[in-house]
Design a protein around this ligand. Structure first.
Ligand code: NAD
Length: 458
């Protein structure tokens, strides 16, 4: 296997060095091919993902295929501009030079995807890799084997393998891939595996992007709009059965609105009619996660839900109140349809609680109060987020998406994705008509005076 992997990477390196992947016309054509392939494989992909964990075509279209189509369109529209050399100012000491920055693709990239959005998380980094002019080996998650197989089929019938190749498999295959010398590794998954990837890439001093997870809080301030705010929160929490990296993990609710909040929450969940048979709800990915989630439910704290179905791997929307910081549900990323609600009296407490945990991938704040917004923005560090909404920040390609600290390293989407797969060459271009002598020996007091003036050394 090692030999085969080596050969695959070598073939991509050779293809990259041919220079074809850099041409704007080539990149445009490839992105169009990918978009057409997604369209042609719509049914196969929807069926595969349904087979893997019961995700409905509605969610697959809105959160995976539609997202990718938007992503590709954004790159097609802006790629030429992003690829241009950018003139920058030149400082006095370099007079009369000009300066510019030239983006170039990093080269041969490896993209490792997670299972929860198995199409989007493998292909959205690929869109950025193509757009910037790289080759790519894509390793989808083995936890969604049908989707992985459908991606393999789609990609291998659309692109030559020396340009883009899907490699299927689990830990052994990923370990083997990580032993190779790539020019870029882009990983989406858990913080635990993120560390393994980072360590492996360090051997080759290979640049990495790590899109990881964590506990993303939502804060409901005293003035929060409970009618629309709770509706948005519930949608984002139970989408994909809570198996979303930026799902609101837990809610901090001001004590003055706590009871109304819980009432509104339960009402919205009831209206949304989360039942598997009407396609509104997806399965928990596997038995191990089903068992893990079941253990997080404390029956005495459940105010809504708590029902599970082992045969169908279903955990129905569950709300827990009076949750304490040391309850199991607050000690790990939930990644499932369980929502702990925690009361706070002063914003300081909410800030303290969030600060006591690793910096989250997302943070959501429901308020119209400018002071509260400014305090939360300045006192808390998090990947990104939304005010009066959840999850939707991910759909704006103008917003770089990524974590900070344990929730990730680097970002992508839109131009941020293009930058992630590019190196920026900085160039200073100098004519010969002017050659001040003060930097050359022999060093004299007069030259030193000139030097100090040119450097702004007062
Ligand atoms: P995971 O880390 O278990 O797996 C991700 C990938 O790593 C898979 O392709 C898997 O084959 C590979 N892998 C697993 N163990 C490995 C090992 N020992 N060595 C090398 N490779 C290995 O993550 P997951 O369960 O697929 O996804 C869930 C996690 O991902 C959650 O923490 C979630 O928050 C996070 N996530 C983050 C984002 C984001 O964009 N930031 C998106 C989705 C999921």
């Amino acid at each position: 296997m090692q030999h085969e992997t080596e050969k695959a990477v070598e073939a991509q390196r050779e293809f990259f060095l041919s220079g074809s992947t850099k041409e704007l016309t080539f990149r445009t054509e490839q992105l169009k091919l990918l978009k057409a392939a997604l369209k042609n494989n719509e049914n196969a992909l929807c069926d595969a993902i349904k087979e893997d964990f019961g995700k409905s075509p509605f969610e697959t279209l809105s959160t995976e295929l539609g997202f990718l189509s938007m992503d590709i369109d954004d790159h097609l529209k802006n790629m030429a501009r992003w690829s241009r050399r950018k003139k920058v100012r030149t400082n006095l000491i370099n007079f009369p030079s000009s300066s510019y920055i030239l983006p170039e693709p990093l080269g041969t990239s490896l993209i490792i995807g997670a299972w929860n959005y198995p199409i989007q998380l493998s292909l959205s980094p690929l869109v950025a890799a193509i757009s910037a002019g790289n080759t790519a080996i894509v390793k989808p998650s083995e936890m969604t084997p049908n989707t992985s197989a459908a991606l393999f089929k789609m990609i291998s019938s659309t692109f030559p393998s020396e340009y883009i190749k899907v490699v299927e498999g689990g830990v052994d295959v990923t370990t083997d891939l990580l032993a190779q010398k790539f020019d870029k590794v882009f990983f989406t998954g858990s913080t635990r595996v993120g560390r393994i990837v980072y360590r492996a890439a360090a051997k080759h001093l290979c640049p990495v992007t790590l899109e990881l997870g964590g506990k993303s809080p939502a804060i409901f301030a005293p003035d929060a709009n409970l009618v629309k705010g709770v509706k948005r929160l519930v949608w984002g929490k139970f989408l994909n059965s809570g198996q979303t990296c930026i799902a609101p993990d837990y809610v901090l609710v001001h004590s003055s609105i706590h009871d109304h909040f819980v009432e509104a929450l339960i009402n919205v969940i009831k209206v949304n009619d989360y039942r598997a048979e009407n396609d509104n709800f997806v399965q928990i990915i596997n038995q191990a996660n089903f068992e893990r989630l079941k253990k997080l439910i404390l029956p005495e704290k459940v105010v809504y839900g708590g029902e599970t179905d082992a045969e169908e791997r279903m955990i129905f929307p569950t709300v827990m109140t009076a949750v304490q910081p040391d309850d199991a549900v607050m000690r790990e990323e939930i990644f499932g349809p369980i929502l702990p609600v925690i009361k706070y009296d002063h914003l300081d407490e909410a800030v303290q609680m969030i600060r006591s945990k690793p910096r989250p991938l997302a943070l959501y704040l429901f308020t119209s109060d400018r002071k509260t917004i400014s305090r939360v923005e300045s006192e808390l560090s998090f990947g990104g987020g939304a005010i009066n909404d959840v999850i939707m920040h991910i759909t704006n390609p103008a917003l770089p998406f990524g974590g900070v600290g344990k929730s990730g390293l680097g970002s992508y989407h839109g131009e941020a994705g293009f930058k992630t797969f590019s190196h920026y060459k900085s160039i200073l271009k100098k004519p010969f008509w002017f050659e001040p002598n003060f930097k050359y020996p022999p060093y004299t007091d007069k030259k030193l005076k000139w030097m100090k003036w040119a450097l702004g050394w007062k």
